[in-house]
Write a protein that binds this ligand. Structure first.
Ligand SMILES: Nc1ncnc2c1ncn2[C@@H]1O[C@H](COP(=O)(O)OP(=O)(O)OP(=O)(O)O)[C@@H](O)[C@H]1O
Ligand SMILES: [Mg+2]
Length: 260
């Protein structure tokens, strides 16, 4: 899909969002982390959420990921109101979150991490883990996504930040996650590793997923996003189709015109 098609699709009323957040508020005591935020995700798009430190970005995606319940507001998924009460429930609803550090087990190897908690079994009673199948599936998926790792047998703790990130993204694929959330996936990565992760994000979109990505890196945002949503002080202060905006405009929205 080229940019103008994406634009047409995004502004067209014929295409319904797959996920709609309406009037979302999240208060932590007296802190209004989110204050009446509307946020949509369309099929097969990459939407970037940007904003200064403390703007409410992580809080927004944690609400979608089932980590925090909203104080007020409504979540509509595929046209139906839903409550997302836990990360497990989010996953069951087809919402996958890529955590850079938390979700990998350092002392286990690549296939073990690929299938963590969802290991295929063999034998009549299904009590034996099917290691052969795990390795085959891991190799196939890594190849399909163009992820290269030195060896599969290595403990994940020896992989670089970018390799870990690729693994965390790659292992979503076999499970058919449709909405994928990433909170600053390139924050700790160098130029080359960032590029690989961004390519993976584009690949997820190619495969039919929608991706919500938080990033402070304007170059990364403009490189991959179809749409950019700007938060400031817990409010949505702008929403732009990438082809119709500039990094300069987005930065102005982030800091607020009164700050310039
Ligand atoms: N669990 C919590 N308890 C209390 N306050 C919180 C909690 N989580 C977030 N906040 C507050 O809510 C506001 C928004 O935080 P959030 O983490 O969503 O910001 P962010 O946009 O992700 O910022 P950053 O770019 O620094 O990651 C901040 O003022 C933060 O201190
Ligand atoms: Mg954050």
């Amino acid at each position: 899909m080229n940019e103008s098609q994406v634009m047409e699709r995004t502004v067209s009323t014929a295409v319904q969002p797959i996920l709609e957040l309406k009037g979302i508020c999240k208060y932590f005591g007296g802190i209004h982390a989110l204050d009446g935020v509307d946020f949509d995700v369309y099929p097969q798009e990459i939407v970037a959420v940007v904003g200064d430190n403390g703007a409410g970005k992580s809080t927004l995606i944690k609400i979608i990921a089932g980590v925090h319940p909203p104080t007020a507001g409504e979540i509509i998924l595929y046209g139906k109101p839903v409550e997302i009460n836990s990360p497990l429930q989010a996953r069951e609803l087809g919402i996958e979150t890529v955590y850079q550090e938390l979700a990998l087990v350092d002392t286990r190897d690549v296939p073990a991490n690929f299938f963590l908690g969802r290991e295929p079994t063999r034998g009549k009673a299904g009590i034996f883990v099917d290691r052969k199948k795990m390795v085959e599936e891991t190799v196939r998926t890594l190849k399909e996504l163009g992820i290269s790792l030195p060896t599969l047998d290595t403990m994940v703790r020896y992989l670089s930040g970018g390799q870990r990130q690729s693994l965390a993204i790659g292992r979503i694929m076999p499970w058919g996650g449709k909405i994928i959330i990433m909170d600053e996936p390139t924050a700790a990565l160098g130029v080359k590793e960032s590029r690989k992760v961004l390519d993976l994000v584009l690949k997820l979109k190619e495969k039919g997923c929608s991706v919500i990505i938080i990033s402070h890196n304007m170059r990364h945002v403009f490189n991959i996003a179809d749409r950019i949503v700007v938060l400031r002080g817990g409010k949505k202060v702008g929403e732009r189709i990438k082809a119709q905006t500039t990094p300069d405009e987005i930065v102005k929205l982030i800091v607020g015109a009164d700050m310039l």
